[in-house]
Design a protein around this ligand. Structure first.
Ligand code: COI
Length: 355
């Protein structure tokens, strides 16, 4: 291993790379990681020096609070390589802000901007060969923080580990996505942690989503916990509905994640001249639109999933298939967004940031 040091980050480079073992044309989402990771520990009330080192496992005491109380948060971001081999991030400031908002909600220390942003930039530069050019190729970035302090007393940890790992990625979903509308289980409630990117939010969805999987549905569309009448989000994605030519999506709330792809699509759609309404969307409205033929599209939006069409949904044991349409908003918006992210089209919003 060769070791060097910058003013702020200790860097130890791997002596060999795993890159030649990777089949970049057949990536299964989130299963391959690059040669290096960023790590920064919080102890004695302060963030320590960040380190970039070869990707490797680490040891924790079995009593570490993350194992017992789930004090853990994460983010999902992507980097893109343009035709000139330059690397770009998409609205990284939004991920940074949301990460620290999640930290506050989970009684964890906020990560300094320099650790998050410089750490990410340096890590991406070191592993830049892993970011492939071309639409559809991305580097999925997973910053996360866990409570590493020992002891099973149920209170916030005094020690934490912040890390960034990188995973080359193509599409999150392969194949058709059908969804089940939640009638009993809930993802979040007012006053809870639904708006935070807390690990437990995702774990809590696994059981109902597994039940849905057994019935042939890939995802659950969560409804409001109090009445199960309002359509909220799909867990791995925010969700949009096209009735006639109006695009509808729920407003963010304490129960719904403030998705960066979601808010970008709202602005992009408006710029494209699409009529967008951000308001509570009722399940009854969706069923009525299916029955009278005005429901044209449903699609999910998220960093990992990008823009993913939904081909049908089930509600009260009845399956409603979406029509096959031309001029789909999902296709139009996905094409605009990904071309902007890969610098194949102008970015009038200033969302793309060069590394
Ligand atoms: C993302 O889209 O980045 C997410 O965090 C969703 C995750 C389940 C892959």
């Amino acid at each position: 291993m060769s070791t060097s040091q910058t003013t702020t980050i200790d860097i130890t480079k791997a002596t060999t790379s795993k890159i030649n073992d990777v089949d970049f044309d057949n990536l299964s989402f989130g299963s391959v990681f690059t040669d290096h990771l960023l790590e920064c520990d919080f102890k004695n009330g302060a963030w320590q020096q960040p380190v970039i080192k070869p990707y490797q496992p680490f040891l924790l005491d079995p009593s570490a609070k993350v194992f017992h109380y789930g004090q853990a948060i994460f983010e999902g971001m992507k980097a893109y390589k343009d035709d000139n081999n330059d690397l770009w991030l998409f609205r990284p400031d939004e991920n940074y802000k949301r990460f620290n908002a999640s930290a506050v909600r989970m009684a964890m220390p906020e990560v300094p901007e320099e650790v998050f942003m410089n750490g990410l930039n340096e890590l991406l530069k070191i592993d830049e060969a892993w970011v492939k050019k071309g639409l559809g190729n991305t580097m999925y970035i997973r910053p996360f923080m866990i409570a590493t302090g020992d002891g099973v007393v149920a209170n916030p940890s005094s020690e934490y580990k912040f890390m960034i790992i990188l995973s080359p990625a193509k599409a999150y979903y392969s194949g058709e996505v059908k969804v089940l509308i939640a009638e009993h289980y809930s993802r979040a409630a007012n006053g809870g942690i639904g708006a935070a990117k807390a690990a437990g939010n995702y774990a809590a969805q696994f059981y109902p989503t597994t039940l849905a999987n057994k019935e042939g549905f890939q995802q659950v569309i969560w409804t409001d916990d109090a009445t199960h009448t309002k359509l909220e989000e799909a867990g791995t994605m925010n969700v949009f509905f096209r009735i006639n030519d109006t695009l509808l999506t729920a407003p963010v709330s304490e129960r719904i994640l403030d998705g960066i792809t979601r808010k970008s699509l709202i602005e992009l759609a408006k710029k494209e001249g699409i009529n967008v309404e951000v308001r509570p969307v009722l399940v009854s409205e969706l069923v009525e639109a299916s029955n009278n033929g005005t429901l044209k599209e449903i699609f999910g939006a998220g960093t990992a999933a990008v823009v993913n069409p939904i081909v049908g949904y089930s509600y009260k044991d009845k399956y409603y298939e979406l029509p096959k349409i031309e001029n789909s908003y999902a296709e139009q918006l996905k094409s605009k967004l990904t071309k902007m992210q890969h610098k194949l089209e102008a970015d009038p919003f200033g969302w793309t940031v060069k590394i």
